[in-house]
Design a binder for this molecule. Structure first.
Ligand SMILES: Cc1cc2nc3c(=O)[nH]c(=O)nc-3n(C[C@H](O)[C@H](O)[C@H](O)COP(=O)(O)OP(=O)(O)OC[C@H]3O[C@@H](n4cnc5c(N)ncnc54)[C@H](O)[C@@H]3O)c2cc1C
Length: 462
């Protein structure tokens, strides 16, 4: 069944897009990453990498050095990608960072395995022995090589647990926990590299540069994963102020605290939330704010999709809360068009609800498509209708099982969206919901002529 709410009260127009919070662009960060890669290549040349290519053993050794340098560089880049630095999130979005993290991770492990194989073969050729004997000699007699071998084994273990088949069989927390071994692996491998690596042992400038890369990388990690959340939580002292049922298995949790108008969060963004209970303090779960920031409270809306979100349905009022963030790119800084189309599915309506409330718009500028399986699953109906009336927006509820009376077989197919929003191609589209819904809606939007750069989406799993 489809239902529509429309309103026509004027709203104030502001400039588009909203200013960036951080003065950093993706291109700056690409330039920085490529610049460092060039420096590392130059360092290898300066230390005679090219000169070694004259003999077969030398070529293996030189290739082994190069793969160690770039393998370590990518390992550090991996840590930076997941440092949760807000400027990285603003430039790329967590989805793209997670995607890059995955593939940079596999490349890291391949390069480090290549380093081990190439260097051992190079030494074996030089010593006239077998690769296996050489590997045993290196591991048992060379300083720090045993630690480096342990580091490599940890990297390989983490890569295996990240392969899709293994990942599907593991809970999120177990998978996340195994990833922490990467830090140990980097620490174990670093001594081997800085103390005996031919690029660093005799060159204090190169050694200083390399140590600086480590310090900056782990500095970012500590700053954004430890210091910033501790400071934010200490300043705002968030607590659960109220828990309001919205639908079966869905509650809104109101978080109250101090100085909330100083928290730089925008509608469409999310925070990583830890509820400080005996079994909650060690779990950080992402939740979008479902009401525009107002300086009095933050509201998140939680659907019971698993173990922890089921327990959150009855989280006691008064529970202390620790937050990291804000993060997320479903914000006005991506906006390029006056007209907007919001598409939400399931609990993905939460950030859409906040954006509908907060984004500047004229009457007629905003259309919302809200897809839900049944009217029982629809949340915020009264709030959405009220916002639609007061902001001059239109909300279409696309409710019911596919193909049931009044519901098209493809509720978010190109034909259905095109019929409800004929000018979709002229709008910025903000999209949030289950992966299948987002995939289908994205394909339809492209068919309707919306350029990829104007489709802004946030996936609720990574
Ligand atoms: C950016 C973002 C915003 C989100 N906003 C909301 C929201 O406003 N309302 C809402 O109800 N849900 C939201 N989610 C989803 C919510 O975080 C997960 O449903 C919740 O973490 C599941 O935890 P669980 O232990 O109950 O379930 P589990 O059974 O452990 O997990 C279910 C699925 O959720 C994902 N998940 C689990 N834990 C995490 C985690 N710590 N970080 C990232 N993904 C995880 C995994 O992909 C897993 O397959 C959001 C997710 C993301 C990534």
């Amino acid at each position: 069944m489809a239902a529509t709410t429309a309103g026509a009260v004027p709203a104030r127009r502001r400039s588009l897009p909203l200013p960036r919070i951080w003065p950093v662009r993706a291109t700056d960060l690409y330039a920085l990453a490529i610049g460092n890669a060039v420096l590392i290549g130059a360092m290898w040349v300066r230390h005679g990498g090219l000169d070694e290519l004259g003999t077969v053993a030398g070529a293996f050794m030189a290739a082994g050095q190069l793969s160690a340098l770039f393998g370590t560089y990518l390992a550090l880049l991996e840590v930076v990608l997941m440092s949760r630095a807000p400027w990285l999130d603003q430039a790329f979005g967590m989805d793209r960072l997670a995607w890059a993290h995955r593939w940079v991770g596999f490349a890291t492990v391949w390069l480090l395995v290549a380093h081990f194989a190439l260097t051992t073969t190079g030494f074996a050729l030089g010593d006239g022995t077998t690769v296996v004997d050489e590997a045993l000699t290196l591991v048992t007699t060379y300083p720090f090589v045993l630690l480096a071998a342990a580091a490599l084994a940890l990297f390989v273990m983490v890569a295996i647990t990240s392969m899709r088949a293994a990942r599907r069989r593991m809970g999120y927390e177990t998978w996340f926990g195994t990833h922490l071994y990467v830090y140990l692996a980097i620490a174990l491998g670093s001594a081997h590299q800085v103390v005996v690596g031919s690029d660093f042992a005799d060159d204090p400038v190169a050694r200083g540069y390399w140590i600086a890369l480590y310090v900056i990388t782990f500095g970012l990690l500590v700053a954004h994963r430890v210091v910033q959340p501790v400071l934010t939580s200490a300043r705002h002292r968030l607590r659960v102020a109220n828990v309001v049922p919205e639908a079966p298995g869905v509650v809104s949790i109101y978080l109250a605290g101090r100085d909330l108008d100083a928290l730089p969060i925008r509608a469409g963004q999310y925070v990583l939330v830890r509820f400080l209970t005996a079994d909650g303090w060690y779990r950080a779960h992402p939740f979008s704010i479902s009401a525009a920031p107002n300086g009095r409270f933050l509201r998140i809306t939680v659907k019971d999709l698993g173990d922890w979100t089921s327990r959150l349905q009855a989280i006691p009022v008064g529970t202390r809360v620790f937050v990291e963030g804000p993060y997320g790119i479903l914000t006005g800084i991506r906006r390029t068009r006056r007209k907007l189309l919001f598409i939400g599915g399931g609990v993905g309506i939460a950030p859409i609800r906040a954006m509908l409330e907060a984004f500047p718009a004229e009457p007629g500028d905003v259309t919302v498509l809200y897809r839900a399986r049944s009217w029982d699953d629809v949340v915020f109906r009264a709030e959405l209708d009220h916002l639609a009336r007061s902001r001059g927006a239109t909300v279409h509820y696309l409710v019911g099982r596919r193909g049931s009376p009044g519901v098209p077989a493809e509720p978010l197919g190109a034909a259905a969206i095109g019929a409800l929003v004929p000018d979709a191609a002229d709008r910025d589209v903000y999209l949030c919901g289950p992966a299948s819904l987002m995939g289908a809606a994205r394909t339809s939007l492209r068919t309707l002529g919306v350029p990829g750069a104007r489709i802004h989406l946030e996936s609720f799993s990574y």
